[in-house]
Design a protein around this ligand. Structure first.
Ligand code: SF4
Length: 387
């Protein structure tokens, strides 16, 4: 087992040095994705501690012109290509803001874990039967379950009805008007649903990240780190908030979801039809690597979300030689149990080559000052080899 340690100084240097470190055939955030299961806690904690400081501009939208172009391209594509869905008709035609929010809320709850094609019929029947919050509030749970039958995850229907009753009985029949209050006051409404309802029904300028948006953002900014980690998720929500169009937040969020559902699909994304292709780092990377005709060039599915990377466990340490050995030993003991200090062996320094991308490519070397191994009790110390 080899442990690579990174000095904070080298992490901080990423801010000055736009190039990010990449791995062959993958597009990743610097703190990469998968770790052996036994290391999950340690690796995840370390990622969450170190990632915000180490996010390269490569994974951000640093140029406002790119943000503007992303919004413009995505919205004009959406205006041309958007699917004709019943809940969109409600949003467009319903003047009463509470009914509009209710119509969006029902659609968002039904769409959780369920395909659009399946939801359409259920949604249409639901809204015919209970077109207002008051209608739903006075329905019986049996009726709700009956209509929901076949859609799965029955608690969703029950929660919708509980929420409708709360709005009618406790909130004067008015839906909470912001993402924050929707999430706070309505049962079963999480961050995503709250943001979707607030942006689509009330035009609140708030970004959202669902599975489709997550995939788009990961690819557009070549993010391969584990999106379920707190720090990566935080980064993605920040990106969504930065990108959302202030003039058309609801349309923008729907457009981003639509793009993920119909163009930037998990397998075989239709990059040649993508309105944000010119801003997509995953696509740029794939094109560049394919032009190079090197064996093992990545495809889009490998970039971003599906990077599926492994890395040597790494520990961020203060640049004090005295403390490093002790701190490293403590971290190792957290997942390996008791480990005598004598078995932690310093092997030496290595240099690794990296390639970075920001308005062109550059290459360089990074010094990794400490590589350690846990010495098996019965074997002799080995020697370090360049990584
Ligand atoms: S260019 Fe391809 S990978 Fe990039 S966002 Fe568009 S469809 Fe997705």
């Amino acid at each position: 087992m080899v442990i690579m340690k990174k000095l904070r100084a080298s992490v901080r240097s990423h801010k000055k040095q736009p190039a990010n470190h990449t791995r062959r055939g993958k597009c990743t955030l610097n703190s990469s994705q998968a770790t052996p299961s036994g290391l999950d806690g340690l690796a995840k904690r370390k990622r969450e501690e170190s990632l915000p400081a180490s996010v390269s501009p490569y994974h951000l939208f640093s140029d406002m012109a790119d943000v503007t172009a992303f919004r413009r391209n995505l919205l004009s594509w959406y205006d041309q290509e958007k699917r004709d869905l019943p809940w969109r008709k409600w949003v467009k035609e319903e003047a009463n803001v509470d009914r509009r929010a209710y119509a969006v809320w029902v659609s968002e709850v039904m769409l959780q874990q369920t395909q659009v094609a399946t939801v359409i019929d259920y949604y249409t029947r639901w809204m015919q039967k209970w077109p207002t919050l008051q209608d739903l509030a006075s329905a019986s749970l049996e009726e709700v379950n009956q209509l929901w039958s076949g859609l799965g995850y029955y608690s969703r229907g029950r929660r919708l009805q509980e929420g409708a009753r709360k709005v009618v009985e406790e909130l004067g029949g008015h839906m909470p008007r912001t993402a924050e209050t929707l999430q706070q006051l309505l049962p079963g409404v999480g961050r995503y649903t709250a943001g979707a309802v607030a942006s689509i029904a009330f035009d609140q300028v708030t970004g959202v990240v669902d599975g489709n948006v997550l995939r788009v953002l990961c690819r557009v900014r070549a993010i391969g780190a584990d999106p379920s980690s707190t720090s990566v998720s935080h980064h993605l929500w920040k990106l969504a908030q930065q990108l959302v169009d202030p003039a058309r937040p609801g349309d923008f969020n729907q457009a981003a979801m639509e793009l993920g559902a119909t163009v930037c699909t998990p397998q075989r994304p239709l990059c040649s039809h993508c309105p944000v292709q010119s801003l997509c780092r995953a696509q740029q990377r794939v094109e560049r690597e394919q032009r190079s005709a090197l064996p093992g060039s990545p495809d889009i599915e490998e970039c971003g979300l599906l990077a599926g990377l492994w890395e040597f466990p790494s520990v961020t340490l203060e640049p004090s030689e005295q403390q490093q050995h002790k701190a490293l030993l403590q971290e190792l003991q957290r997942w390996s149990g008791p480990l005598p200090a004598a078995r932690l062996q310093h092997l030496g320094e290595v240099f690794r080559m990296y390639e970075g991308h920001r308005r062109g490519a550059c290459k360089g070397f990074q010094k990794v000052p400490g590589v350690h191994s846990i010495k098996p009790e019965e074997t002799q110390p080995g020697t370090a080899s360049p990584g």
